[in-house]
Design a protein around this ligand. Structure first.
Ligand SMILES: Cc1cc2nc3c(=O)[nH]c(=O)nc-3n(C[C@H](O)[C@H](O)[C@H](O)COP(=O)(O)OP(=O)(O)OC[C@H]3O[C@@H](n4cnc5c(N)ncnc54)[C@H](O)[C@@H]3O)c2cc1C
Length: 304
């Protein structure tokens, strides 16, 4: 069976939207195709009349710093994110998360936009974008608008963005300044290439002064709910304290906050609950040390 009949490669956002509109719901956005084409082949997504490939849309391909913010195009690949020195310095957790997605072949074509649009609570790029407090630009027939990333998820695999009529065009977040640091860690099955047993991204801002008091913090652990989420109780116990004082309380708060379920693909609930502590103990000291020293060497990033 043919999975699509026409394949378009627009160069502009408006051109892509016009093609989607013409097909009235029977065309679909594709980027790297690493999620979509498998799902279509396996019958989890229906065939469509047309695919609209957004990887040639120039505006969706850039990584730029602008007025204290970083803008990342939705069609930027994970390999391009890993290679960006700007992101290494200013959004380290994003580099570390995209750097472990799949293998080199997947990272060379798979995009950040596809990772978010696919709407899985285990998606690694999404987990990092949540702690960067990213906003997402969505373009549709009524124009463009920016949305907090967490507002775009409706359930596992269910996005608020209609992939047959709308585009995720760009992401934006505040670039890290002094006294801020982030990190990403995950637990994989030893033989696994796709999606983690559990992943954790953290972002911290330290107060001025000799002692490393945590002024602000964001933590995202996934998958622990049907949609990506912040670990708000674990964050609350860290604010205004040093990590040495508060780490054990933070772990306990996160383990009380979430009840990861047993999954035949992703280990038992008990193991994953234990891993919440392991990931927090690995990622938080790293983020705090980066915030203190400004020394950043991304960890765990694969080679392309
Ligand atoms: C072998 C393998 C290993 C993998 N490992 C991991 C892993 O470790 N971690 C992980 O998180 N993921 C993993 N993935 C999943 C996948 O590679 C990522 O989610 C990837 O980022 C998807 O991007 P894509 O460009 O290929 O999306 P596509 O497959 O092109 O699209 C995915 C969905 O998003 C829609 N879409 C794409 N771009 C846009 C856009 N700009 N606007 C609106 N809708 C859009 C499509 O219509 C489709 O519904 C793996 C996949 C494979 C095949």
């Amino acid at each position: 069976m043919r999975l699509w009949r026409a394949y378009y490669r627009p160069k502009q956002v408006d051109e892509a939207l016009t093609i989607l509109a013409k097909y009235k719901g029977d065309a679909r956005v594709v980027a790297g195709g690493t999620d979509l084409l498998l799902e279509m082949q396996q019958g989890h997504k229906p065939p469509v009349t047309a695919l609209v490939d957004v990887t040639g849309v120039e505006e969706m391909r850039g990584i730029v710093a602008e007025n204290g913010r970083i803008l990342v195009g939705a069609a930027v690949t994970h390999t391009e994110i890993v290679a960006s020195e700007l992101l290494v310095q200013k959004a380290t957790c994003l580099v570390e998360s995209c750097g472990v997605i799949g293998g080199p072949q997947v990272r060379n074509v798979a995009t950040l936009g596809g990772n978010v649009a696919h709407a899985l609570p285990a998606a690694d790029g999404t987990t990092a974008l949540v702690v960067l407090d990213a906003e997402v630009e969505v373009a549709g027939e009524n124009g463009r608008s920016w949305h907090p990333i967490l507002s775009l998820f409706r359930g596992p695999g269910k996005s608020a963005v209609d992939h047959t009529r709308e585009l995720i065009t760009r992401f934006r977040f505040v670039a890290a300044t002094g006294r801020e640091g982030s990190a990403f860690k995950r637990i994989m099955r030893p033989q696994g290439v796709a999606l983690p047993i559990l992943a954790c991204a953290v972002w911290v801002k330290l107060a001025e002064g000799e002692t490393a008091v945590i002024e602000d913090v964001r933590i995202c652990i996934g998958p622990v709910k049907p949609v990506p989420c912040r670990a708000e109780q674990a964050e609350a116990v860290l604010r205004g304290r040093t990590l040495a004082e508060a780490l054990a309380d933070c772990v306990m708060a996160a383990q009380n906050e979430f009840s990861p379920r047993t999954s035949k693909h992703r280990a038992t609930a008990e193991y994953r609950r234990e891993m919440i502590g392991v990931l927090l103990r690995r990622s938080l000291p790293l983020a705090v040390s980066r915030a203190q020293t400004g020394q950043i060497v991304p960890e765990g990033v694969g080679l392309a």
